[in-house]
Ligand binder design. Sequence first.
Ligand code: HDD
Length: 701
Amino acid sequence: MTDKTPLYRPSADTQSSNDLTDRPTDIGHGGEPHQRGGPAMTTAQGIRVDDDQNTLKAGARGPALLEDFHFREKIFHFDHERIPERVVHARGYGAHGYFETTDALSDLTSAHLFQEKGRRVPAFARFSTVAGNKGSFDLARDVRGFAVKLYTEEGNWDIVGNNIPVFFIQDAMKFPDLVHSVKEAPDRAFPQAQSAHDNFWDFISLMPQAMHMVMWIMSDRAIPRSFRFMEGFGVHTFRFVNAEGKSHFVKFHWKPKQGLQSVLWPEAVKINGADPDFHRRDLWDAIQSGDYPEWELGVQVFDEDFADQFPFDILDATKLIPEEDVPVRIIGRLVLDRVVDNFFAETEQVAFCTQNIVPGVDFTNDPLLQGRNFSYLDTQTKRLGGPNFTHIPINAPKCPFHHFQQDGHMAMHNPKGRANYEPNGWAEGGPRADPDGAFQHYPEMVEGEKRKIRPELFADHYSQARQFYQSQTEVEQDHIANAITFELSKVETPGIRERLVAHLPNIDTDLAQKVADGLGLIEVPKAHNPARAPVEGLNPSDKLSILKNGPESFAGRKMGLLLSDGVDDALLDAIMEAVKDAGGMVEVVAPHIYGITTAGGKEVPADQKIDGAPAALYDAIVMLVSDDGAKQLAGMHAAKTFALDAFAFGKFIGIGDAGMDFLKMAGVDSMDDGIIPLDQPDDATGFVETCAKLRFWERMV
Ligand code: HDD
């Protein structure tokens, strides 16, 4: 062949024409709309592009030419699209909103934000999992990050917390070891986003200080129903400092207005397959539909006297202060009301730093927090490529800022004039430090020997683990035992399993026995010797349970409606209406994605084809099927599994038309009070009210 062969030049939109003239012709200058709708395409340098399908060649079959600056620029930029993902908390999802003070606190802190009820500042929150990579699934059994950036009038304040109020380790020195152990093993690069493997439990079983946190991550806190249904905690003890310079200790709590709710572990496993983006989709959908998630900010405030008599060290991040000991005072609310315009620009580039605090708030000497204050700044420099990450809009303060920092990669704020040092004698001399209204470090007295050491009280590792376990309902205790059994069953080395189980008698003997039985151990291994005798007689705390703090209505939750052709119109309308009235959402699941036709001839589009929507995706289920529909669904494996799962996962199931026949055909042969007949439209409201109670737990014990 020679270069005399006919030329083929696909156009932008058709990709099929041999006609060299079939390409945009109506290209005006100055970026006015192109004939196919958008503005004229240019390179990053602003040069107009004539063809975005073909590289420049020496002849149709000849080599590509280096001269093709458009091609080279396009590929070069693509090659550099990724920035390093976060070393932990890589997978996350963020949204914008605002924070509003609901209770002024000028007696406790000089922070401008808290001086007056009703003060509002913009906020950005990012929720995340810890262990998995950026592309991992949402329902990993894992801690959830709960990071909030408040753009206050006095600078950015980041509360970089988790959905669990305690942490695995007490000193930042151990953070890299903890993270290495939980992430995929370095030789095989698996498992992804899971703690159920030898390395993690090997490390943890050698770290008694992690036992309290182990109880939390093995509880249903680690598999939340959505970001909207989980609490957040600042974890460490911080300080509030008032205008007179008086300090109080403070712990931060975010309490979801929606109540607490989690999924079951077997549901999590199914959800990860059916919808790996379950949590991010949930947040996106809720905000887009105007159902704005909201959390109250609460504080536990206490003084040195309380700290001195508390049986644990308030600087120890593996301990919490029960709300029964120091009640949570609600002082504000966080509302997320806007999704991001661009995930990368906002959610990926947002740079939280524990060191970002404002006047009136201060650190304590918690050794975990002190180490974090170094790590976050360091990590952002690496991730975002240089020291100017505060120039990126999502990270820039929204209050005035002036300093002499200059230059560096991608500098966007470049001051004019010659004064770039202080002191200077120039008339336009630039900013000067001024103690008035400035951040002042709390002048805490500090003395001591310089040693690598921690306080004796830090050595109590089991007391609060026991308190947490004993604060749970029976169902929740079972879930903890099952979770530990599941995880240790994935551990291949028997010695690691036994070393971990040997901690459990120090927490609760029943728990130890249940796990030993679940693993098939002949007996519970001899308990490890506690480094410090546990504190006896700590009272259980109801606030530590999810089930005792659940939602009170169906608001913000999702009903899965399994439908077939020929269903009763009035009943269907009544159910849709009742869920809507309760503030919930409905998703129609049907044999085909084009939906169904009711008995009255109305076409109802489906949101999901049955094969792609296991019952685990929904908070409660309605099965509304005709006689023929029951037979049709009974012949579909996915539909039968849907029914069996709905039953097995303890969901409330509303049954209309021939739904009961279908349930039986699917293999559900025992009936109970969680299966609720919907005989007439009037039954719908009562059914939805019943669904407020999360699940029909009686079926599950
Ligand atoms: Fe951390 C990210 C929360 C201990 C070092 N951490 C990160 C994020 C959250 C937390 C929510 C993600 C923020 C975002 O959405 O971008 N981390 C915690 C909590 C801790 C904690 C609640 C204990 C109470 N972290 C901790 C220690 C160190 C770090 C002890 C190191 C000494 N954390 C980091 C980091 C990350 C991070 C490496 C990774 C990506 C980033 O910072 O931006 O610097």
